[in-house]
Design a protein around this ligand. Structure first.
Ligand SMILES: [Mg+2]
Length: 211
């Protein structure tokens, strides 16, 4: 079955880790837990870590184990300036050259994805954003997140390439039959292709699309 979709993770895949975006989100998640549930900062940190490990994201753990106004939570943890992200002209040109329909598949919410893509100057390349809300609040690496994504796209896994910085989020994609690309990830994690930055994606996509 021919490849048709390039599914891009958003955070730390389309921009480098040192942009500090995930640190800011992590800080706000802990702040929210302290304020909402009256924990100490240390307890909030332990809870956020444990839920991230067990459920894919802290959000999912809070949703399943606590009283959580999930939309308020998502707005709160993504409310900070994206000053460190700059327009990436090289990435813009690369995305323009790549074949296939480009889709964002993220554990964040749509407003955050829109803001990041605008800051990077690459919004126009993506036909769709499948966020954790569209995914029914089920994040990667839960298998259901991927089957939800495929259903929304009306796609078969064999038509999809998942491009991700987090190795554990590639495993279910591979299991379903997607092609996987690890970007600046842990080299011990399995993937069909591994690249150091998103700017190295060109030759990989060429190889994947080659007959
Ligand atoms: Mg990521």
């Amino acid at each position: 079955m021919a490849i048709r979709y390039l599914l891009f993770d958003l955070d730390e895949t389309l921009y480098p880790r040192n942009a500090g975006v995930m640190e800011a989100i992590g800080r706000l998640i802990r702040e929210y837990i302290v304020q909402q549930y009256g924990t100490t900062p240390d307890e909030a940190d332990a809870l956020a870590r444990r839920y991230h490990l067990e459920y894919g994201t802290s959000m999912r753990g809070l949703l399943l184990n606590h009283d959580l106004e999930v939309e308020r939570f998502l707005a709160y943890v993504h409310d900070f300036p994206l000053d460190l992200l700059q327009p990436n002209l090289e990435l813009d040109a690369l995305l323009a050259r790549l074949p296939g329909e480009k889709v964002i598949f993220t554990n964040a919410d749509r407003p955050h994805a829109e803001r990041v893509l605008e800051r990077l100057g690459i919004r126009s390349h993506f036909s769709r954003i499948i966020d954790v809300v569209a995914s029914g609040y089920v994040p990667k690496p839960n298998l259901q997140a991927y089957t939800n994504c495929l259903r929304l796209l009306d796609a078969h896994p064999e038509q999809c390439v998942l491009i991700e910085d987090t190795g554990r989020n590639l495993a279910p994609a591979k299991q379903l039959g997607m092609t996987t690309v690890l970007v600046d990830g842990n080299l011990a994690d399995p993937a069909d292709y591994k690249i150091a930055t998103i700017l190295e994606l060109g030759p990989v996509v060429e190889a994947i699309f080659a007959p």
